[in-house]
Every structure is written in C-alpha cells, then in structure tokens.
Design a protein around this ligand. Structure first.
Ligand code: PHE
Ligand code: NA
Length: 448
C-alpha cells in the first residue's frame, strides 16, 4: 500500500529513545512529583508501579504488537488485522480514534509548547529577573491575554515540529531524539545537582518518599492508574505508529521495561530537581501550570545563578514537549502518507497546518474566545477533555482488548517470548486486569 518500503528504526536504541521521548513530558516533570508528594510518598510510588505493571505495560505492548504486525499506520493496521483474523471490521474505530486523538491533542499541546519557548527566551532576556510575585504573574496573564504573542509562539513551535516530522523517521524523528533526549537528561542532572546545593534536598526526598499509607485511598489509586496510562503516551495511536517501524528482532517486553524505567527515573529526577527549589524559596506547592509558569520563574528571577538555571529548566521543558509533539503528529502523517499520493513532506505540511489552525482556536480561548463555550467548555478545555477523558481511554482499551482477545494467542506468546506461567500471567493481565483498570478510570473521569 505504501509507495516505498516501510521505514524502519535504524536501531533498537533509537526506538527506545523515540518512545521515551514521547513518554517523557509534563506528566513527568510536574505531575508525577506532585502526585507523589500529595498522595503518600513512597506508598504512592508503590501503587503507581503496580499500576504501571498491570495497566501501562500491557497496553504499551498491545499497541506495539498491533503496530508491528500491521507495518502501517494505526487505522490500516487495525483494519487489516481485523480482516485477517475474521473479526468485526468496526475494530478500525480503535485506529481512527487514536489518530484523531493525537491530532486533536497536538493542537493544544502546541500552545503550551509555545509558552515553553516564550519562557525559554524570557529567561535569556531577563524577563523574570528581579520581579516580585505580581510582576511574574503579570508576565503569565499578559501572555495569555495576547492573541498575537500566543499565535507567534504556537506557530514557532509547530514550525519546529513540522520541520522534524517532515524529514521522516530516520532523519527527522531519530535525529531529533538522538540529540534532544541526552540533552534533556544532562540538563535534568545539572538541576538535580543544583538542588543538592540548596540545602533543601533532604526535604525534597522526604516529601517524595516518606511513606504515608493513610494517604492512599480509592481516589488516589484511580489517579495513579490514569497517570500510568497518560505518562506512557498510550491511547493516541502513537505507540502503534512507532511500533509499525519496528522489526521482528526487537524484544517488546524488555524494550517496554526499558522505556518504563526511563520514564519513571526521569519523573523521580524531576521531583528531585524541582522540590529543593520550591522548599528553598518557600514557594507554593500548587498543582497545574501555575508552578511551572509562575512560581518557578519567580524563584529563578530572584536567586543567584537563576538566569542560567531558569534557561536550563525551560530548555528542558521545551525539549520534552518537542519530542512528545513529534510523536503526536506521526500517526496522522503516517496515515496521510500511506493513504494518499502525498509525499512525506506534503503529508506533514497538510496535517501540521490542520493542527496549527485548530491550535489557533485553542489559544483564542484564553482571550478573544474566552466566552465562547461548547457544552460549558471553552475550546481549549473542550479539546483537552474530549481527548483525555474519552478518546484516549477508549483507544487504549480497544487496543489491549483486541491484542489480548482477537490476536492468536499462540503467535502472541511466541512474539513476546513467553511460555508457561509467565504466558498465563500475561493473558490474565491483558485480558482482564488492564481493561478493567482503564474502564474504572474512564467511568470515574466521566462521573467525577
Ligand atoms: N506522556 C507524556 C507525559 O507524560 C504526555 C503526552 C501526552 C505525550 C500525549 C505525548 C502525547 O507527559
Ligand atoms: Na511520561
């Protein structure tokens, strides 16, 4: 169906980097450390690791299995695999909602990527130095209130994403992750190193790791399951698309363990980088974008060496956002490339411009279209809620149910190199536990 032989990752290492690049994002840099601190420290980490093993791992493997067997975009892969196995053609919906989900998420993700670029530049130009809390808050609200500024940085971010994705899997995606991921880890280690010098490192460690079993309740477990899903970029067609460039020789189980380990280590390091600064400066531990775009810049603007540390932090954030953003665009581009006569460059430009236009509506939600509500949400929040609460869980659920119930059990066991008790464990987890976990999160987020 594709005009050329289907692209392949040039090594297992670059595949791991690309998958980890997609996985590592805001979920690691802010959400995970915060959840750990609020929800029971080491007790939460244990719950989270169980959720990653029982929900994240099987769905990640299910998506890779489907992608690798299809060797094509998620929509075609689901259609062909369903047909080959004699299952309902309607399974194609899983591929469609994945590709659509990635496309929709990127439209508002890019707006936030734009904030990150703007703050990176602002760190260099001294936009935060010497400002008090009001001054820093004014930078943030001023940015949100300016359609022109948001448009400029959303556009800049999308130009970067399109530029990388257009160059293809080997030159574009691999080239980007080979530079950005090591740079991200180095920046992170330097920031952790700084954290150690603040004298508040122990406090950060205690905040993140002293176990408090009393803090773990049903709500917390549901949040941990949701995070296990989100942090691995599941349910967006991403891992299916990335899996389609995989050769037979790659061991999916061990690769999944590596990606999960990287994602978790980076999340822990992020906490050890951020919390010492938070404690040293007596900052608020509020959740959401406030910490990253208001409180941390306040600290960076008023501490010795803050300019360079702030620059490193926002660069790191930008790199994390970029490697996630290219993964969000890839499924739609792969689809366009394989289903139309468009070249890779034209397919990327077409999808990228579509995302960019939708992103403009999203960024106008912060100003001109602030009162324009659909179902009670502004456009930005509507896109966010529609994807994270509905499309993603349904896609992830569909992928794992299809892989566990519809693909031939023998073949999958061979492919995953599992036998005996380990194989039975895989079947139980993938057939029952992971689907039930996702359904629980799904229902809870709809009613909650
Ligand atoms: N996995 C990313 C994180 O943990 C989030 C993400 C969502 C990335 C969607 C890409 C696409 O932050
Ligand atoms: Na993540």
């Amino acid at each position: 169906m594709s005009k050329l032989a289907h692209a392949q990752w040039s090594s297992k290492m670059t595949f791991v980097l690309a998958a980890a690049g997609s996985a590592v994002g805001l979920g690691n840099i802010w959400k995970f450390p915060y959840m750990v601190g609020e929800s029971g420290g080491a007790a939460f980490v244990l719950v989270y690791l169980v959720c990653i093993g029982l929900i994240g791992l099987p769905i990640l493997i299910a998506e890779w299995l489907i992608g690798r067997r299809g060797q094509e975009n998620p929509i075609n892969a689901m259609a062909d695999l369903a047909k080959r196995g004699g299952h309902f053609p309607a399974w194609v919906a899983v591929g469609i909602s994945g590709v659509l989900g990635g496309f929709l998420i990127l439209s508002f993700y890019s707006v936030i990527g734009g904030w990150s670029l703007y703050y990176t530049l602002g760190s260099v130009t001294g936009n935060f130095s010497g400002k008090d809390a009001d001054g820093i808050g004014a930078v943030f609200t001023g940015m949100l209130g300016s359609p022109g500024l948001l448009l400029l940085w959303h556009t800049a971010f999308m130009v970067l994403v399109i530029g990388i994705v257009a160059r293809g899997v080997t030159n574009g995606l691999e080239g980007a992750v080979r530079t950005l991921m090591p740079a991200l880890v180095i920046l992170m280690l330097v920031l952790v190193g700084y954290g150690i010098t603040t004298g508040h490192f122990g406090e950060a460690l205690a905040f993140m790791f002293s176990p408090d079993w009393g803090a773990v309740n049903g709500e917390v477990v549901l949040a941990a399951m949701g995070q296990a899903f989100f942090t691995l970029s599941l349910g967006m067609g991403i891992m299916m698309a990335y899996g389609s460039y995989l050769g037979e020789d790659v061991n999916l189980l061990s690769t999944a363990r590596t990606v999960i380990l990287l994602d978790t280590v980076i999340a822990v390091l992020a906490g050890l980088a951020i919390f010492p600064i938070v404690f040293a400066n007596g900052l608020d531990l509020d959740s959401g974008p406030g910490l990253i775009f208001v409180t941390l810049p306040l600290a960076f603007g008023n501490m010795a060496g803050g300019t360079i540390l702030g620059l490193m932090f926002f660069l790191l954030l930008t790199f994390a956002a970029l490697t996630s953003a290219i993964s969000l665009l890839e499924p739609a581009v792969e689809f366009m490339e394989e289903r139309t006569s468009l070249s890779r460059v034209a397919a990327t430009a077409t999808c990228g411009i579509g995302v960019w236009l939708l992103g403009i509506l999203a960024l106008l939600s912060f100003n001109l279209l602030g009162d324009f509500l659909i179902l009670g949400f502004n456009i930005f929040d509507l896109l966010d809620n529609l994807t994270s609460k509905i499309l993603l869980p349904l896609t992830g659920l569909g992928a794992v149910v299809f892989a566990a119930w519809c693909l031939d059990r023998q073949g999958v066991a061979q492919e995953l190199r599992l036998s005996g008790g380990a194989e039975s464990l895989w079947v139980v987890v993938a057939r029952y536990i992971a689907p039930l976990g996702v359904i629980a999160v799904f229902v809870n987020s709809l009613v909650g």
